[in-house]
Design a protein around this ligand. Structure first.
Ligand SMILES: C[S@@+](CC[C@H](N)C(=O)[O-])C[C@H]1O[C@@H](n2cnc3c(N)ncnc32)[C@H](O)[C@@H]1O
Length: 215
């Protein structure tokens, strides 16, 4: 598990330039938010929400939903809480320090029912215990709810030099490309746990996975 101490060390200063710098290479996030199928009143969770950039966009796009975010880093959440407060969204964007692997909708957020939707945006590539994080997110979703994931793919449509450059850059931030993660979701689909749809973003720079729980 990447610990709170490790994440705080990495983000202590980065959090001040995080949103401006990631805008250019965390592709597909807005598409994920646009394509989420949400009923009025839906409760939506982001696992590894960082600065709450996504939750704020979603809360503004969908005034009828309530957003929940958890993150391992207190530093990131301090920036997130500031941003949420400045935008007057405290009642609709609720944040908690928590490891993805330890989420429990009742204990972590005091909710009686599981979430209507959940997403990981460029966080699973930083979570060494990602199968557990996925299992925990699914366990905290209602039957037939969807888990969305946007993250780095294999950049199959890009030149080799670009792939090498991106990999060296991402190594600096403990980001790991996980080809086995999509195999894992395919396997869960084959086992009848849910239904997976997978779409490329920008020439397989990233993928957008939608996993609809069966029950
Ligand atoms: C690359 S950032 C992405 C932030 C945000 N989702 C976005 O799209 O801008 C990854 C986030 O995952 C968090 N994280 C890493 N490991 C985690 C874990 N085990 N549980 C919860 N959050 C974790 C980090 O602290 C960081 O804020």
């Amino acid at each position: 598990m990447a610990t709170t101490e490790e994440m705080d060390r990495m983000y202590r200063l980065q959090r001040f330039i995080y949103d401006a710098s990631r805008k250019y290479y965390l592709l597909g996030r807005d598409r994920l938010l646009r394509e989420m199928e949400l009923k009025p009143g839906a409760r939506v969770l982001e696992v590894g929400c960082g600065t709450a950039r996504n939750l704020i966009v979603l809360a503004r796009q969908r005034p009828d939903v309530v957003c929940y975010g958890l993150d391992a880093s207190n530093e990131m959440l301090a920036t997130a809480a500031n941003k949420v407060r400045r935008r007057g969204l405290e009642s609709r964007v609720l944040l908690r320090t928590c490891y993805a692997e330890e989420l429990d909708h009742a204990r972590t957020f005091g909710l009686e029912a599981p979430f209507d939707a959940a997403f990981f945006s460029y966080s699973l590539s930083m979570i060494p215990t990602w199968p557990q994080a996925i299992a925990t997110a699914l366990a905290n979703l209602k039957p037939h709810a969807t888990l969305y994931v946007v993250d780095f793919w294999d950049q199959g449509g890009w030149p080799r030099w670009f792939r090498a450059l991106l990999k060296s850059w991402l190594d600096l931030f403990h980001v790991v490309h996980r080809p086995d993660l999509l195999d894992h979701l395919r396997e869960l689909d084959a086992q009848g746990v849910g239904h997976l749809t997978l779409e490329p973003v920008a020439g397989r720079y990233a993928y957008l996975a939608k996993f609809r729980k069966r029950s």
